[in-house]
Structures are given as C-alpha cells and as structure tokens.
Design a protein around this ligand. Structure first.
Ligand SMILES: [Zn+2]
Length: 137
C-alpha cells in the first residue's frame, strides 16, 4: 500500500517510511528506532537524525501517555471543511517520544485536559483514508 492512503488529505504518495501505512492497516502505530544509537522517532524517519545512520528498525509506540497540550479547531482549511469542531493534541510518552494527532470525536472538547491519561488507536475514515487518533487511556 502506498503512502497516499495516509491522512485526511495526503500530498505524498512515495516515502521511504510507507511501511507505516501497512502497519496502520494491521492496527499498529509504529515509529522508527536507530539500530546504532537507539534514538526513537515519531513520525517515523528513514534515517537517524541523531547519528545519521540508515540502519533503522520499527517499534510499536507505547500504549499509554499523557496529553501535553491541545487545541480545538472551529474552522478548518480547504479539504477539511466538514470536520470542525475537532481537537488536536500532543501526547507525551516520556523519553522525548511524542505524537501529534486528532483527539477522538467521542471525547468532547470540554473533557480534554492537559495531563490526562491517553492512548492512541489507528483510524479509518469513511473514504478509506487511514490515520491515528488520541483516545482515553
Ligand atoms: Zn542513530
């Protein structure tokens, strides 16, 4: 599967980390880890930004994190007009590992709090596009 299946609107069809989308279809949200220095990246990187190695592997993101910050959008850019309101947040898993995603619609904006325990799950939109979202832990 190509990377064009990722995200609400995808502008990139080819990337060295396209396996990310295949993993999403298997229900896995994975980042990459450098086999040489151990640095972990999310979104996944094809090459290590710390030691510049190309010797990378995949790892499954942790299941539990804390919501570091969030914002709710009441207006959306072209292509996303039907989506607002929606909340986006940054999940901190510790050790510098973070993830940015939309917060699941089932969590009302007024329920979202900085520091709350959260998890993530893969998401498939009605049009077949794939992504991932923040859910309650
Ligand atoms: Zn490295």
């Amino acid at each position: 599967m190509g990377f064009e299946k990722f995200g609400r609107k995808s502008f990139t069809a080819i990337t060295k980390t396209a396996k990310f989308v295949d993993l999403l279809t298997e229900g896995k949200i994975e980042g990459t880890v450098c086999k040489d220095c151990g640095a972990k990246f999310f979104p996944p990187r094809a090459d290590c930004a710390k030691c510049f190695s190309k010797n990378m592997d995949w790892f499954e993101m942790p299941k539990k994190g804390k919501l570091e910050t969030f914002t709710t959008a009441y207006y959306a850019p072209l292509g996303f007009e039907a989506d607002p309101p929606y909340t986006m947040g940054v999940v901190d898993f510790g050790s510098g590992l973070k993830l940015f995603a939309r917060v699941a619609k089932e969590i009302k904006p007024e329920e979202v709090k900085v520091g709350m325990d959260v998890s993530t799950r893969p998401l498939k939109y009605d049009d077949g596009q794939l992504s991932f979202e923040v859910i309650k832990a």
